[in-house]
Design a protein around this ligand. Structure first.
Ligand SMILES: [Zn+2]
Ligand SMILES: [Zn+2]
Ligand SMILES: [Zn+2]
Length: 314
């Protein structure tokens, strides 16, 4: 074979490199074989080799130094692995992150792009961790704050991952709060609220008639059930709704305790009466504490009992 028949270039991953004519030493060949590769050619300059992966047959441009001192990774096998991991984790692998080689860019189920460490996606693929879309999560937390009449401004200024920065819609006061407390309503405005646990509260039952005609009953607590109903819960202004019963309780702390216990009892004794939030989400701004209206009599009876117990205790 004369020089003219010898190819002068080699294309690896869509990039064409010049072939470097020079001998390939037996110890390089042995090293490559031990690490799962065949040396196809020397490329670019005296420092680089073209290696063919034994597993997938793909070509890789690898530094001779890397081959001799470490285990070279096959870019094709890695790409296949990233794609498979992504699929198992419910994502679509789009590309490597241009700024960090340990990260990939993926499309989540919701359509948003998420950037995650390859190792993290592998753990998600095995079900060890969950991948949450930041965009959807932010919208979700925004809504969660809105349900309590607060506006989520952003992450905690002090950097605590369980805290966020919020503004109270009623008075404009800005403060940091634990997200869990906002979610459960165990929060208070440093400017305008009496501390919830010490302030008097009310346990209430409300009824709603959905556009579908379905009737629901809600049990909850609030220091102002009227405002809770009209300014927070009622997403649809046309929806017929009213407060059925209110029981005054001495403190917010009592209200939480009594209300929680009653919910637990109701869920246990009437599991068939819990309602999928999908049925009312568009009309009522709440995620739980709602039951089928067939439970109304039982709830009203329980509220009577709570009121009687409180009277006896007082
Ligand atoms: Zn390979
Ligand atoms: Zn999303
Ligand atoms: Zn306030």
């Amino acid at each position: 074979m004369n020089m003219l028949d010898t190819p002068m270039t080699m294309t690896i991953n869509d990039i064409t490199f010049p072939i470097h004519t020079g001998t390939i030493k037996p110890d390089w060949i042995a090293e490559a074989a031990a690490k799962g590769y065949d040396i196809v050619a020397r490329v670019v300059d005296r420092l680089h080799l073209a290696l063919r992966c034994h597993k997938c047959g793909g070509l890789n441009k690898v530094k001779r130094f890397t081959l001799m001192t470490a285990q070279p990774l096959c870019s094709h096998c890695m790409m296949r692995e990233w794609t498979a991991d992504a699929q198992a984790a419910g994502l679509e692998f789009l590309q490597r992150d241009a700024t960090n080689r340990h990260y990939g860019v993926y499309r989540a189920d919701c359509g948003h792009q998420v950037t995650r460490q390859f190792g993290f996606v592998k753990r998600a693929a095995s079900g060890e961790v969950k991948i949450r879309c930041e965009t959807c999560q932010a919208a979700f937390e925004m809504e969660e704050a809105r349900e309590r009449d607060w506006t989520l401004l952003g992450p905690d200024p002090d950097g605590d991952p369980s805290y966020r920065h919020y503004r109270h819609d009623a008075c404009g006061h800005v403060q940091r709060m634990a997200r869990g407390n906002v979610k459960s309503g165990r929060h208070a405005c440093g400017k305008c609220s009496l501390y919830w646990s010490a302030a008097p509260s009310k346990i209430y039952a409300m009824c709603f008639t959905l556009a579908s005609g379905r009737e629901l009953v809600k049990l909850g607590y609030s220091n102002d059930p009227e405002s809770r109903l009209h300014y927070q819960l009622k997403r649809d202004p046309e929806m017929p709704c009213s407060i059925l019963r209110m029981v005054a309780v001495p403190t917010g702390q009592d209200a939480v305790r009594l209300e929680k216990r009653l919910h637990a009892t109701l869920r246990r004794s009437h599991p068939e009466c819990t309602v999928d939030p999908a049925a009312y989400r568009t009309q009522i701004r709440v995620k739980s504490e709602i039951y089928d209206a067939s439970l109304t009599e039982i709830i009203l009876h329980e509220l009577d009992r709570i009121e009687a117990d409180l009277t006896v205790a007082a």
